[in-house]
Design a protein around this ligand. Sequence first.
Ligand SMILES: Nc1ncnc2c1ncn2[C@@H]1O[C@H](COP(=O)(O)OP(=O)(O)OP(=O)(O)O)[C@@H](O)[C@H]1O
Ligand SMILES: [Mg+2]
Length: 211
Amino acid sequence: MKTLEAHDVRMTFRIPGKPPLEVLKGVDISVEEGERVAILGRSGAGKSTLLHILGGLQKPTAGKVVRVSRPGFVFQSYHLMPELTVFENVYLPAMARSGGKAELKARARELVSAVGLDSRADHLPSELSGGERQRVALARALVLSPAIVLADEPTGNLDEMTGADILRMLTGLSSGSTSLVMVTHSSAAAAVCHRTLFLEDGVLKTVRDGR
Ligand SMILES: Nc1ncnc2c1ncn2[C@@H]1O[C@H](COP(=O)(O)OP(=O)(O)OP(=O)(O)O)[C@@H](O)[C@H]1O
Ligand SMILES: [Mg+2]
């Protein structure tokens, strides 16, 4: 079963008085249940733009995206709520849910612990390091157990050991049939994925397919 499919996705940024910026020129991607896909590409190639479009956070200029359900999203710049604690940030996506509060709270607590922030659960984001914030963002993306996780450089600000812990968490997800699309510059992160795609000149090229 496919958890995500995009066809001929195009994105052109138009700023008045400046030449249009054609970032995506016809991207096709299809992700199977439990599959992990790495997206590589130079800075400015359009990786974050593509991930936002795949996640439904940004509307493409043209093209079609089909998802089975709402994805969990790990932003490149975290997007944590500054006035909420670590635990509250992780629990936040669950707030709008009507039922299962006790279970979701337990799940949020479990995730805070899984990303190694047990002792910081009551701290504010401003009291955390960059890598700690990134781990909060990851825990938050997982709290509703999404069918697909979209992660924008989830190990970008982490040391090798913490990065490896995060990758273990992300790969552990797939055993539960969760799909993962991860933008990364790290070969270690790409190595835990089934496929590696390269975004260049507005299109995705397959550089490795280990399926
Ligand atoms: N809202 C916007 N308006 C105009 N241009 C934009 C907008 N968002 C992104 N761009 C441009 O689109 C291009 C792709 O940006 P994007 O953030 O997707 O790149 P990226 O591949 O994620 O880069 P990085 O590796 O540095 O994070 C850049 O040249 C950027 O300036
Ligand atoms: Mg980016």
